[in-house]
Design a protein around this ligand. Structure first.
Ligand code: G3I
Length: 371
């Protein structure tokens, strides 16, 4: 059984590589199945995935994205260190490559991110930048240039932007301390959203963060709620909250508690009038046993619970996974599994075969109310 499966995968890969070379690729496993994007669209949503620079040279990866997705986002190539690597220098080529590819395939690109307000991820040259005698004015000038240059470059081609990424500390629920908050105070976020609204008036403007439904995320959820209330009170143009949704399947989950906490959170966000996007979905399988079939089942079941609840909110307009196949997940480089095995967090496996998680996502779209 195993050897047949191995052989057939190798056989398919050989065929597909030949087909790719001739410009024609057909991936196995989902022939005739409704695409995830078409299931999402039937309910007024869209489905998509992150695409890394390396994926743009992988015909198998692109074929799955082309078949399943109505939205894509660059995993890294619109981030500050890449797109604005030195003062006054902009490097649009890597990000443009994905946007161009997406448009050729009628897929909508979204943008991630204009400012990752987290000390670990601010470009080194920015972290050491001299804002001058009036640091607030200096920081505003740099942010205005950065946001306006990028938004103007893309114009209406990018339909939604993560304007700010991960600015709330997950432990304290407070604003992170960065070179920008030191220069401008917490108003740095308001400034970025106003600047983005001026520069990209057609785009959905998103605050994106990784608070989730677990008990240890309570301070993070509270901090994000406080931030969102502040935006409303001050009339800051924020359209949506991005729920990154990097979730971890846990056999000891107290679903009643997690679902109650998540409902309370989403009720409050929706009550303020925000739309919602699931921006970076994947399922960490660190706490699950080694057997792949057992893991895949548990990942799919956990994901279904999370998505059923989340998609019951008609404010959710898009669902994106952070990659499409296991071999390319960032999770493989982050907190390895105790048994050293590769993780299985995405809808397709590393041989480009659909997994139970793909079906769980499809079922969640089928079960979701229309919007
Ligand atoms: O491309 C270089 C390569 O040339 C170099 O040899 C290598 C050495 O470290 O680094 C490569 O760049 C890495 C890049 O990923 C591409 O693989 C960077 O070091 C690494 O920091 C970067 O990590 C990304 C991370 O964000 C930081 O930007 C991950 O790919 C990306 O999946 C991850 O995505 C984040 C979201 O933006 C925000 N939410 C959480 C999510 C997961 O951490």
């Amino acid at each position: 059984m195993t050897s047949t499966l191995m052989w057939s995968r190798r056989g398919w890969l050989g065929l597909a590589l030949g087909a790719a070379a001739s410009g024609c690729v057909t991936a196995p496993g989902a022939s005739g199945a409704a695409s995830l994007d078409s299931l999402a669209k039937a309910k007024g949503m869209r489905f998509g995935a992150a695409v890394g620079r390396i994926d743009l040279d992988n015909a198998h990866y692109l074929e799955i994205v082309r078949r399943e997705c109505g939205v894509v986002v660059a995993e890294n190539d619109h981030k500050w260190p890449i797109i604005h690597p030195a003062p006054g220098v902009y490097n649009f080529a890597p990000g443009d490559r994905l946007v161009d590819w997406a448009e050729r395939h009628n897929i909508r690109p979204r943008g991630h991110n204009l400012l990752w307000n987290h000390p670990r991820w601010i470009a080194p040259w920015v972290a050491n930048y001299d804002f001058g005698a009036d640091p607030r004015a200096g920081a505003e000038a740099l942010l205005r240039e950065h946001i306006t240059t990028i938004c103007t470059h893309y114009g209406a081609r990018i339909h939604s932007w993560d304007v700010i990424n991960e600015s709330i500390d997950e432990h304290t629920g407070e604003m992170r301390d960065t070179v920008f908050t030191r220069a401008m105070g917490p108003q740095v976020l308001d400034f970025c959203f106003h600047t983005a609204r001026d520069a990209a008036p057609q785009a959905m403007l998103v605050y994106n963060d990784y608070m989730n439904w677990t008990a240890d995320s309570a301070n993070h959820r509270d901090g994000v709620l406080k931030l969102l209330h502040g935006f409303k009170d001050r009339g800051v143009p924020v359209d949506a909250l991005g729920l990154q949704s990097h979730i971890t399947a846990d056999p000891n989950t107290d679903y009643a508690a997690e679902e109650a906490a998540w409902r309370a959170f989403l009720d409050e966000v929706a009550g303020m009038g925000y739309q919602l996007l699931v921006t970076e979905f994947d399922v960490n399988d660190n706490n699950l046993p080694s057997d792949p079939a057992t893991r895949d089942r548990a990942v799919a079941d956990y994901a279904k619970r999370y998505l059923d609840l989340t998609l019951s909110y008609t404010q959710v307009k898009e669902v994106l996974t952070w990659g499409i196949e296991d071999g390319r997940s960032w999770l493989n480089n982050f907190r390895p599994r105790p048994d050293g095995l590769a993780k299985r967090p995405l809808p397709y496996d590393a041989a480009y075969q659909p997994k139970p998680l793909r079906e769980a996502i499809a079922d969640a779209f089928r079960a979701a109310p229309a919007r």
